[in-house]
Design a protein. Structure first.
Length: 363
């Protein structure tokens, strides 16, 4: 094992080792198909003037890989779906030889060209990245073994919410859409859960979970702690949802539309269609008549959302739009629709796709 960015350190298996290194733990330095982001210190933590110097340092660090063998295993810290790069591969490891052939960053011929490319088209840094920068620098708050959140009866949920807790329903989006506690937020416990949570959950409020079972709660608590969201005070079962119905109280629900139905209604003007993907995705094409508000900024930009008409939300393939739909309900939109097939469904049908350039072109 060798350290590229800091003082070199090697770890040997003394029972069967040679001078030839076996693996490189690259962390956020080299990924499968990509490299780390030198823009985060400036874009997420607001340290101005750090992007370009960081990009140049990254390029120079990559040059230090030159004398290492092609057989070296590359073991990165992140894979596809991470916001730590723009084109991370989906496999968990690679070799340096393969990356030399396919990774754009290792094939860059000039420093200036590399700097321009690595800073272009990066996804928006999730809001929690700023908190991570702070925690990584200062360290987390000291605490002992944290107690597992207490399981409370559903009848206690309303009181917890009135006292300031944010209720996060981690059930699958279809279950939440069918029936949910008004005022709760849906972040389904599937791939991407920590990222979605980090985009929309505040760090200054306690969290209570609504879940199907204790196992789901354990996973959610662990995932939330990875991004510094440690204030999970309690959890509630589905009785918190259906107990309201038994007491005669109204439950919330979210409708569903196909991509074609959503596009047709948006074209008629009887529905506000929101594209909640990132900026780069939107620039690559969107459903005509859609309004772009990334889901992570939806609450901050809620004044742009009409409350007096139905609103539908879509993303790429249905991962982020359920979170957006629950935010819309939280804002007070009465009639909300999810488009679970997303832009993928629409584009697969060969229908006309709009672009920011075409929208700006006079007719």
């Amino acid at each position: 094992m060798s350290s590229i960015n800091t003082t070199r350190s090697d770890v040997f298996d003394t029972s069967a080792s040679t001078e030839t290194p076996v693996a490189l733990l690259t962390g956020d330095f080299v990924f499968v198909g990509d490299v780390g982001r030198p823009d985060l210190l400036e874009r997420a933590a607001h340290y101005r003037g750090t992007m370009e110097p960081g990009a140049r340092n990254l390029y120079r660090s990559l040059q230090k890989l030159g004398d290492l063998p092609d057989s070296l295993l590359i073991l990165p810290a992140h894979g596809a779906g991470s916001a730590c790069g723009k084109s991370l591969g989906g496999v968990p490891f690679s070799t340096l030889g393969y990356e030399r052939r396919v990774n754009w960053a290792l094939r860059a011929s000039t420093e200036d060209g590399f700097v321009s490319e690595v800073l272009a088209g990066q996804p928006e840094p999730p809001k929690y990245f700023a908190q991570m920068k702070r925690l990584n620098k200062l360290g987390p708050d000291a605490f002992g073994e944290r107690a597992f959140p207490v399981h409370k009866p559903g009848s206690a949920l309303r009181e917890a919410m009135e006292q300031g807790a944010i209720a996060v329903d981690i059930r699958f989006d279809a279950e939440f859409a069918q029936a949910h506690v008004p005022g709760s937020l849906n972040i389904p416990l599937y791939s991407g859960f920590p990222t979605y949570a980090g985009w929309v959950l505040p760090y200054d409020r306690p969290i209570v979970l609504i879940a199907q079972d204790e196992g789901s709660v354990r996973q959610a608590v662990r995932d939330l702690s990875l991004i510094g969201l440690d204030r999970v005070d309690a959890w509630f079962g589905v009785d918190a949802v259906y107990g309201l119905a038994r007491n005669g109280e109204a439950l919330g629900s979210i409708g569903s539309l196909s991509a074609v139905e959503a596009a047709e209604r948006a074209a008629r003007g009887d529905l506000c269609l929101l594209d909640v993907r990132g900026a780069t995705e939107f620039e690559g094409g969107y459903i005509p008549h859609a309004q772009h508000v990334p889901y992570g900024y939806l609450w901050d930009r809620r004044d742009e959302v009409p409350l007096g008409k139905p609103v539908a939300a879509y993303c790429t393939g249905g991962g982020r739009s359920p979170v957006a739909c629950s935010l819309l309900k939280l804002m007070g939109v009465r009639e909300v629709f999810n488009v679970p097939g997303g832009f993928q469904e629409y584009a697969s049908l060969g229908l006309p796709v709009a672009s920011p350039e075409s929208a700006a072109t006079p007719t």
